[in-house]
Each structure stands twice: as C-alpha cells, then as structure tokens.
Design a protein around this ligand. Sequence first.
Ligand code: C5P
Length: 233
Amino acid sequence: MTIKINKKQIIVALDMDSEHEVEAILDLLDPSLYRVKVGKQLFMNLGPKIIKKINNLGFEVFLDLKLHDIPNTVSKALGNILSLNLWMTNIHLSGGKEMVEASVQKIKEFGNETLLVGVTVLTSLNDKNMEEIGFYKNVEETTLSSAKFGKDIGIDGVVASLDNVSEIKSNFGNDFLVVTPGIRMQQDDQDQKRSGSLFDAIQFGSDFVVIGRELTQAKDKDEVIHQFNSLIV
Ligand code: C5P
C-alpha cells in the first residue's frame, strides 16, 4: 500500500540562517506543490524581509514563532506580523485561554485570512518532562485539553505529534486542522512503520506535515524531492 499526498500538504521547514541557504532549498521546490515554514532561527536573523522575499517567489509561508507571553504582548506581536501575507502562524496553547482569546480576537480585527494554529505539547517533550515542569497531566491529556479550549475559542487547528492525530480528529472533527512536525521518510518496508514516518502521518489524517532536516540536511536533496514528488497527486 502506498500513500498519496495532496499538493501543498508538505511544509518544508527552512531552519537555516542565511538568505543564500534559503534560496538553495527554494530552488529545488515548486511553490505549487510545497509550502514553507519560517521559524525562530531564520526570522531572528533576517526578520520580515525574508518573508517578503519568499512570498515574491510564490511560496505560501507558515511563520512558526510559537508565540507565548501575556495576552497583550502576544496580541500586539501578532498585529505586527499579520501584514506579512502569511498563510499560517502559531501560538503556544500553554499561554492559557486569555492569551488564545486575545490572539483570535486580533486575527478577527485584522480581518485577513491567516490561519492560526496552537502548539499543544512540543514533540520534544515526554511525560517525564511534563512532570518536571510541573504539569499534572501527561502529554496526551494536555494535548487533548489544550486542543479543546483552543477549538472552543476559535483557532483553526493545532500543531501536534503524530501519536495524537487520530484522537484529535475523532474528538474535534476533520475540519480542525492538525499540523504534524518531526516527520521522517517512511521506511522501505511499510510493515515496519516507525513513529514519525510520512506514511503514518498521512494515514492518521494529518492535514499538513512538516519536513525539516530530512530534506535540508540530506546528502542527495534532489532524490528526497523526487521521492516526495512521486507521492503528490
Ligand atoms: O528537522 P525537523 O524535521 O526535526 O524539524 C522539525 C520542525 O518542526 C522544526 O522547524 C521545529 O521547530 C518544528 N516543530 C514544531 N512543533 C513541534 C516540534 C517541532 O513546529 N512540536
């Protein structure tokens, strides 16, 4: 069994420092097939001008700053990025309901189409980390409870690990978007799927998959793109 990926379902993470490195990756990508993600690393070095440049090349941008601060600060920060013609941006749901409400309100006031998704629990955290931080719920429980209040307040979806995609979809419906980061190419033998594979993400119902180092650090980037392209319908 093979998988099919929709056009623009793959988001390539531009986790790099320079315009030169960004151009080298964008040269390999067709903007009608891929979206791209700009995170803290790139944005802190090059700022809004790199978003404009990427947009001018025809790519839709997910600005992944995972905003997390008091409601007023997050709302003002959002106000400063919403004019950048973003396809999607995000906030941390652990900032609490009031912060999420202020964010949703800011997007409404701004009146543009930017999608707002919430980070549930970072995929780099496990139950032990949750306990160390002082969260009394585990990863799964926190993911579901934060997704619930996020949806109730009006965000468009969540960023969540592969492990929680099916549950989020069954609890909150298919229209509630799930973006899954940390995706790796599936193994050749599909009977031995590993957690985090592209195959699993698509099967479980992720709306968007984020591919970072799997492409950007690959020795043969053309080959990786070729493999992705062959799955896109
Ligand atoms: O290189 P790799 O594919 O592991 O990159 C994952 C990307 O997804 C990074 O840009 C990271 O910031 C992002 N990420 C995320 N939310 C998470 C975990 C990772 O947006 N919960």
